[in-house]
Design a protein around this ligand. Sequence first.
Ligand code: GLU
Length: 493
Amino acid sequence: MSEVRVRIAPSPSGNLHVGTARTALFNFLFAKKNNGKFILRIEDTDADRTSQEYIDNIFDSLKALGLNWDEGPDVGGPYGPYTQSERFDIYPVYVQKLLESGFAYECFCTPEELEQEKEEATAAKKAYVYSKKCENLTEEEKAQLRAQGRKPAIRFNIAKAQKAFYETSILKFDDLVKGELQMDTDLLGDFVIQKSNGAPTYNFAVVIDDALMKITHVIRGEDHISNTYKQILIFKALGFEVPEFGHLGMILAPDRSKLSKRHGATAVSDFVKQGYLTEALINFVALLGWAPSDGEEIKPVDKIAADFRIREISSSNSIFEYDKLKWMNSHYIKALPIETLKEMLKPYLAQYDLSELSDAQYTKMVELTREPLTLLSDITDAVPYFFGGANVMVDAEVQSEVLDTDDSQQVLTAFAQQAVSWDWTEESLHDKLEVFRGEFKEKGIKPKVTMWAIRAAVSGRTRGADMVGLLEVLGKDIVIARVKNAIKQESKI
Ligand code: GLU
């Protein structure tokens, strides 16, 4: 069997979409599983919608997800260039071949004429297919049209290809994911393969590239199924071997509509900005249509690759459950080594002055606050009270409900007096706090209330990092200064 060669062929008209990331992953896994090659091709034939920024984003996002390609625009390879705009001298050669073999013809129709045909079809309640008006123009007629300044587009002649290669107009193929698919190709209409400005259309360029790059399996979204019939006919007409095709179900939002920005992030780089780990994201997208044989959903890509079988991909649509992704993300955050996590959190701590903390304090702060993190960005709101020295922001409600009560004021006054002489180690703080709580319990103040008062004074909140750890990281001076700040003037010592 020849070497398996698959590709991802994004159009750089936006940042890399998670749907494209999933298609890339399934191609990558299929290549891995079959010792094949995974190729990146940039499909930038539509110059108006293309930008270098998007191309860079596609490269960076795929790399961040670990989907490294064997051949592509940057790394090259035996069948380059791998960017369509750099292949514009290749496509006309094949257009010419089709013109010569009669599988294509020049079409001089103006946009207005085509619009009129479409309107007539709509009025007659018929699906529009091109009338083939230009199929049999004589050389003389063509010369006249050219003399009028008209430039022809080139159309593919469906009926001609049908007759040459198939007995009926029904074209069937065995889809790797969906099983047998078929369509009446009479409904396709003679489509344009080269625009009047000389640019190839998507359906044409993709076939030439897939053929010349020796792609053996085309795995992509099911929105391309109707294109596949057109492409098979072009492969046939040019005498190329037809690759196998596999079409993946769509990814829908939880409300079953098309996944879009109003549901949340859709671009890989936006997920990353929001604090998702690429390991979680790639694991999550693998489960959109594929299920591990052992039911273990949390799996790194190399384990998924070992278990992956293309024929087991579900042919139906998948729902993008943001909550499930969050759950996976929290799992991956928990598994990160502390030093890695410390580095990864830094962009989300930009508003704080990290130099206030020693490395040991920063480590401890991260250890104390990592547990509930669902997104890396959750750290931003989890840690303000580790910064700012003697000053801490106190929530208004915490002030009135907790700090201002008589019980709290008593607790804080006693704390400020006693804690100055405490040993500021984890063990000692643990013991001292226990005794301290005990004393207040005897005075009728619940241990919970005692702890709340201290926590509220020190952090401005009633919930957060483990108390002993928090006191230890902040250090005695800051803790006592904050507690003193929380004591009302009249009860100040
Ligand atoms: N450029 C096409 C897209 O982004 C690729 C389709 C294909 O894989 O053939 O949808």
